[in-house]
Design a protein around this ligand. Structure first.
Ligand code: ADP
Ligand code: MG
Length: 246
């Protein structure tokens, strides 16, 4: 009897026909129009394109930081673009990890406190132990007692990534995560994002960094708010991830 082929993993995130228009007095900007996008577990998807092409707007819609004027966003099958503000805030905190260019760490908290923060908001009892494990997964177990001002930019971004994954989210969304870093440090961050994807989380990265093309499984190129080409084939969501967690 032949073995059954493995079932394709359900997508973590689906965007369908996404549109967003910004009004500015008499004028308007159609920042996105008709964008479709799927992110699968284990996949590192890069959104690329020139400045002003709508990359951040798209990431904000995917992460429930903004709402589309047209279309919908489904996270793990749930249509998050229709949720109330309160329920959406919970989904963002529990199921989505965010990584931003300027780290966004709380300056008065130590590294481990920053990482534990989203768990403490939910009253998770082993928050400290999980935060330490997340810090170890980015190679910073020895820096837990340091405040952000005592850490390099690359270390702060690694703390940011530990905080993004500590809740074991369905997806990590990163907006220019290497925009403030030198190329050697950027490689460390991309390696960690690959390892995050390999641990069955989806990762969507918006980036100008030419390095991203070497790390991504797939590129989605935006121009004037429209997807102009999938620069590489759609993912095989059953494939074995290329990198294991270090
Ligand atoms: P990218 O991240 O690719 O540089 P953005 O998504 O930030 O591009 O912006 C896409 C377009 O939408 C730009 O023309 C930008 O000026 C406009 N835009 C983005 N956010 C707003 C906003 N809140 N209000 C008005 N215009 C906006
Ligand atoms: Mg942007």
């Amino acid at each position: 009897m032949s073995a059954r082929p493995p079932r394709p993993a359900a997508p973590s995130l689906v965007g369908v026909d996404l549109g967003r228009r910004f009004e500015d007095g008499e004028s308007h900007v159609q920042a996105l129009a008709g964008v479709d996008l799927v992110a699968a577990p284990g996949e590192l998807l890069a959104i690329v394109g020139p400045s002003g092409s709508g990359k951040s707007t798209l990431l904000h819609l995917l992460g429930g930081l903004d709402r589309p004027d047209t279309g919908r966003v489904l996270l793990e099958g749930q249509e998050i673009s229709r949720l109330s503000g309160r329920r959406l805030a919970l989904v963002r905190r529990r199921r989505i990890g965010f990584l931003l260019q300027f780290y966004g760490l709380l300056p008065g908290l130590t590294a481990v406190e920053n990482v534990a923060f989203p768990l403490l908001l939910d009253g998770v009892r082993d928050a400290q132990a999980r935060a330490l494990a997340a810090l170890a997964s980015v190679g910073l177990e020895h820096r837990g007692a340091h405040r952000p001002s005592e850490l390099s930019g690359g270390e702060q971004q690694r703390v940011g990534l530990a905080r993004a994954v500590v809740t074991r989210p369905a997806i990590v969304l990163a907006d220019e995560p290497t925009g403030s870093l030198d190329s050697a440090t950027s490689r460390v961050i991309f390696d960690l994002l690959r390892a995050t994807a390999a641990a069955a989380t989806s990762v969507v990265v918006v980036s100008h960094d030419p390095l991203v093309e070497r790390y991504a499984d797939r590129l989605v190129r935006l121009e004037d708010g429209v997807v102009c080409a999938a620069a590489s084939p759609p993912p095989s969501v059953t494939s074995t991830p290329a990198v294991t967690v270090g």
